[in-house]
Design a protein around this ligand. Structure first.
Ligand code: HEM
Length: 260
């Protein structure tokens, strides 16, 4: 199963051109959803206006070479290693989910556009990516969500903001189950999970406008801007950290922050 391309000779015998059309539709949904989101929230407009405003309170100018090095460092550290998460386990689940999803999407595209290939690498990448997303996603969902971990709500409480994480783990879960039952020739269950796989993808990509999906495009830009603002002294109009030892009192030791 792990080294078989599930899209080639899939259970419903859907031709590769239809699978390719579906994938392109999902890309269009993503681009459309992000553009609509930007127009609705005006966040990109705010971002650039804020960056322009920040420049006015800059205390020094940053050379282009330095700017490039800040951007490269931010991408290599903050973005690639999910360094914005202070909690180690929260960071691990995000890394599992992020890289798992990236592997899964890349492998899906390669396998859908090259169903004739006999390479075992991409099928393996697809299955490993799906498993990583499930481990990271379910770990986050059952244990680490703010409303479960910090606010004491039950794991089964579902709110609209969960649309992204739930549809994300659903695509990986249904994909794995479809592949498993297809490999073991259980046609009925393979058909069921294939249909659920298609529906969960439509929800994930069709729901970009309403979900947290777009954060993967916004967060890197915000992290770069934050570091540039630290370097040019504008610091987003925030005060510099005090040059004093951290003293929060004993209370903070009684209840360690857990959610982030
Ligand atoms: C394929 C790429 C990615 C996936 C699948 C992914 C997945 C997730 C998920 C499932 C959550 C939890 C959402 C929730 O609260 O329901 C999350 C939150 C978060 N992600 Fe990502 N992520 C990706 C890319 C990125 C990138 C590139 C960055 C940063 C540069 C980033 C930074 C964050 C941060 C800071 C949070 C927590 C705060 C928040 O919810 O806004 N993510 N991500």
């Amino acid at each position: 199963m792990l080294t078989t391309n599930p899209f080639a000779e899939n259970v419903l015998n859907i031709p590769s051109y239809a699978l390719q059309g579906f994938l392109i539709l999902m890309v269009i949904f993503t681009i459309g959803g992000v553009l609509l989101d930007m127009m609705h929230k005006k966040n990109v407009k705010f971002f650039f206006e804020n960056a322009k405003k920040a420049k006015l309170s800059a205390t020094k100018s940053v050379a282009t070479g330095k700017k490039v090095s800040i951007i490269v460092k931010t991408l290599a550290h903050d973005v690639a290693t999910s360094a914005e998460f202070c909690g180690v386990t929260r960071r691990i689940t995000h890394l599992l989910g992020m890289y798992g999803t990236i592997f899964f999407w890349i492998a899906s595209a390669v396998m859908i556009f090259n169903t004739a290939s006999t390479s075992t690498f991409y099928p393996l990448l697809w299955h490993v990516g799906a498993i990583m997303t499930c481990v990271g996603g379910y770990w986050f969902w059952f244990v680490q969500r703010v409303d479960v971990r910090a606010e004491g709500n039950g794991w089964s409480r579902i709110v609209f903001a969960d649309l992204f994480v739930l549809s994300l783990v659903a695509t990986s879960t249904f994909g794995l189950l479809w592949s498993f039952f297809q490999a073991s020739n259980s046609i009925g269950l393979a058909t069921l999970f294939f249909v659920l796989f298609v529906i969960s993808n439509v929800v994930l990509f069709g729901g970009v406008y309403w979900s947290k999906f777009a954060h993967m495009f916004y967060k890197p830009g915000a992290a770069i801007q934050k570091h540039l603002a630290e370097e040019d002294g504008s610091r987003d109009d925030l005060p510099e950290p005090a040059d004093l030892p951290k003293q929060y009192g004993l209370g903070i030791k009684r209840s360690e922050p857990q959610n982030y």
